[in-house]
Design a protein around this ligand. Structure first.
Ligand SMILES: [Zn+2]
Length: 60
């Protein structure tokens, strides 16, 4: 199941820490939120490294 947790898109500007929410706007600063799904450091993406390597190979 895909997570629908979102994160304040401007948290680095507006907050000390990332602000997570389920809403389309940040509850603290009212900025738009973005989906956290394609996180570059997702620890649950065990095959991410393999997939990226494969993609790179296809490009060659
Ligand atoms: Zn915010």
């Amino acid at each position: 199941m895909k997570s629908n947790i979102k994160i304040c898109a401007s948290w680095q500007k507006n907050h000390e820490q990332p602000v997570y929410t389920l809403a389309d706007t940040c509850p603290k600063c009212n900025s738009v939120t973005k989906n956290t799904a394609p996180a570059p450091f997702d620890p649950t993406d065990a095959y991410g490294e393999y997939r990226r390597a494969l993609k790179q190979r296809v490009r060659e």
